[in-house]
Design a protein around this ligand. Sequence first.
Ligand code: DC
Length: 214
Amino acid sequence: MGFVIAVDGPAASGKGTLSKRIAAHYGLAHLDTGLLYRAVARLLLDKSRALDDEQAAAAAAYALNLAYMDESRLRGAEMGEAASRVSVIPAVRAALLDRQRDFAAQEPGAVLDGRDIGTVVCPEAAVKLFVTASPEERARRRHRELVDRGDAPPYESVLADIRARDARDTGRASAPLRQAQDAILLDTTELDIDAALARAIAVVEEVRGASSLP
Ligand code: DC
C-alpha cells in the first residue's frame, strides 16, 4: 500500500476542495468517494426506482462505472441528499468498499475523501484528517455558492438541509460519519482554504518525518 491520506468530514466542510489541493501538492491521485454514492442514487433515479429499494441500489452499486457518468448530473444539493439516503444501505456500502480500497492501494499513494475513509475503508491510512466547521459556517458557504450560481434559497433552509444530512450521516448504523480515534481534527470554521491547506500539509509532513515518501 502506498501513502494514503484519508479525509473525512460532514457535508460542506470543505473536505473536497482541501483533498484536491492536498493531492495536487503531493502529486497523488484523488477519489471523492461521495461521487460513488451520488452515482448510485443517480442510476436509481434515472430508472425511476425508489432510493430505499435495497436490491436495485445494491445492483446499481455493483454495476457502477464512473467513467460513463456525467459528473455535472451528480453535483448539487438534491443529489447529495439522495446519495445520503442510499448510503444507509449496507449492501451498497459493501459493493463500493473494494473499489475504494483498490483505488487506495495504488502507488505511490492516494487521497480519498468521504465519511468513513479513516474508520472503515482505510483504517491503516498513514494520515487521517477529520475536516469540519460549524453547521452555520457550512450553511453560509453552501448558501454563497448557490447564490453565485444564480439560485437563492433562504439561508435557513440551507442550514436545515445541512443539519438533516449531518443527522442521517452520523446516525446510520452502517459506517456512520465519525472521527477516527487517530484522526487529526481540522476545524475550518475560522480558516480559509489556503490556511486549511497549510495546516493539512503540516500534519502530513509531521507524519512523513524524514522519510522520502511519497
Ligand atoms: O461528500 P458528499 O456530500 O458528496 O456525499 C454525499 C453522501 O454520500 C453523504 O451525505 C453520505 C454518503 N457518503 C458516505 O456515506 N460515505 C462516504 N465515504 C462518502 C459519502
